[in-house]
Design a binder for this molecule. Structure first.
Ligand code: UDX
Length: 433
């Protein structure tokens, strides 16, 4: 099939490259001309394992092209995926002006029937607005369909998630739209959820909010564990083996971040509010999440007493491992809170340091590895669980540090081992362990 991807950000680029790899002709469009020029040269603006090879291979084989002209892409394609950003506004609501703009441009450019598919995360009822906008500007009354096909890609494993999804959700209002999308996804062996557009839109927000709530739930349990001296890792294991609960997304820590869960949670709270429903559970999930960062600072003061002039090393800056994405990163919140307390901060991250340098400038000391971060430090914090931090030589680290204090914000070490090595150690919800 001939496919247009309107908006070549994270979702758009991964979706476009994967559809091309399945044998389709894909044109990725973005109005950022500098980005398109780079993509044409094979330079990928984000770090995502496997994406660069995928883009290069499909570009070379002629199935993947890039343009800054939506008109050109729409004319060449039968199916148009809207993958533009829906950034949060000050009140948490999603800003849908890019979706509206693209819908209008599609209406003005389509020469014959087109299927327009929303892939960006959007509030319920956006499909109706997209269809309305296209109708208003579709002066020649050309036939079209709108569909919703939310994405569930996780950063760091986006290609794997695209090629082997748990499910594919398709919200349609016509047989023609349904058949096109079924044909497109035929090569992927995944359960299909075919539903109406509004239900498909809701599946996305409901799923992400549920995942966020699950994390906040285990973090609340972790806080109880800390007060009574129980171990949240054991509690989570005991809960997760119940198949109705499941063991995924039960890792306690300094909370969730990234551009999806926090943003989608706020947006869903606002959507519900507008529909006249007070989504209290989700507000509480947000409150628990915000508080996890502050609780970590409390733990540090318990172990270090005063923070001004202490040197604190933070390992990991991205919002999770295997990505350089620092948007809404809990690790960065920790850095900001510690700086406000007057501590000297040393940081190290395998991938995210260039982005953090741009954001924070010279306010923190950037180190070339975990060991140089630990040197002369009063406390070492693990804020993001990169694999390389699991393999550190803690005998060496102990020699390097001024005081042997480790705060494990992601529960990656065995408390007993750390104490046996002579560290003052605190995890999240590890109680007396
Ligand atoms: C998420 C959804 O998982 C994905 O389906 C959607 O398409 C986009 O949003 P992503 O933002 O890439 O994906 O990250 P995810 O792996 O879900 O992690 C989000 C945050 O939750 C991270 O900060 C992570 O550290 C945290 N997390 C995750 C926990 O604190 N505990 C857990 O048990 C799991």
């Amino acid at each position: 099939m001939n496919i247009c991807i309107a908006g070549s950000g994270y979702v758009g680029l991964v979706t476009g490259a994967c559809f091309a790899d399945l044998g389709n002709n894909v044109i990725c469009m973005d109005n950022d001309k500098a980005k398109i020029a780079k993509l044409k040269k094979g330079i990928i603006p984000i770090y995502e394992p496997g994406l660069e090879e995928l883009v290069k291979r499909n570009k070379k084989e002629g199935r993947l092209k890039f343009t800054s002209s939506l008109r050109e892409a729409v004319r060449a394609s039968g199916v148009i995926f809207i993958c533009v950003g829906t950034p949060p506004r000050g009140n948490g609501e999603a800003d849908l002006s890019f979706v509206e703009h693209v819908s209008r441009e599609i209406a003005l450019s389509m020469p014959s029937y087109r299927l327009i598919v929303e892939k960006s995360t959007v509030p319920v009822n956006t499909g109706e607005w997209v269809a309305h906008t296209i109708k208003v500007f579709n002066k020649r009354n050309i036939k079209f369909d709108v569909a919703s096909n939310p994405e569930f890609l996780r950063e760091g494993q986006a290609i794997e998630d695209f090629m082997h999804p748990d499910r594919i959700v398709i919200g349609v209002e016509s047989d023609r739209a349904r058949d096109i999308l079924l044909e497109l996804y035929k090569p992927l062996n995944a359960p299909m959820v075919i539903t109406d557009i509004k239900s498909a839109e809701l599946i996305k927000h409901a799923s992400n909010s549920f995942l966020a709530t699950k994390i906040s739930f285990i973090n609340a349990i972790a806080n109880i564990c800390d007060t009574v001296g129980a171990d949240v890792v054991e509690v989570a294991r005991g809960m997760g083996l119940d198949r109705r609960i499941g063991s995924n997304f039960l890792s306690a820590g300094i909370g969730f971040g990234g551009f999806c869960l926090p943003k989608d949670l706020s947006a869903f709270v606002r959507i519900a509010e507008k529909l006249g429903y007070d989504f209290g559970i989700l507000k509480e999930a947000q409150r628990v999440n915000d508080n996890q960062r502050r609780l970590l600072i409390k733990k540090i003061t318990t172990l270090l007493w005063n923070l001004p002039k202490k040197t604190i090393s933070v390992l990991g800056l991205s919002f999770k491992p295997d990505t350089d994405d620092i948007r809404y990163s809990p690790a960065l919140d920790i850095v900001t809170l510690l700086r406000a307390e007057g501590a000297h901060i040393k940081v190290y991250d395998p991938k995210a340091m260039p982005k953090v340098k741009k954001l924070l400038g010279g306010g923190v000391e950037f180190c070339e590895d975990a060991y140089s971060a630990a040197r002369s430090s009063d406390c070492l914090i693990v804020a993001t669980e990169w694999n390389e931090f699991k393999e550190l030589d803690f005998k060496k680290i102990k020699r390097l540090m001024r005081q042997p204090v480790v705060i494990d914000g992601r529960n990656i070490y065995d408390p007993k081992d750390m104490r046996a090595l002579g560290f003052k150690y605190a995890g999240i919800g590890r109680g007396n362990k």
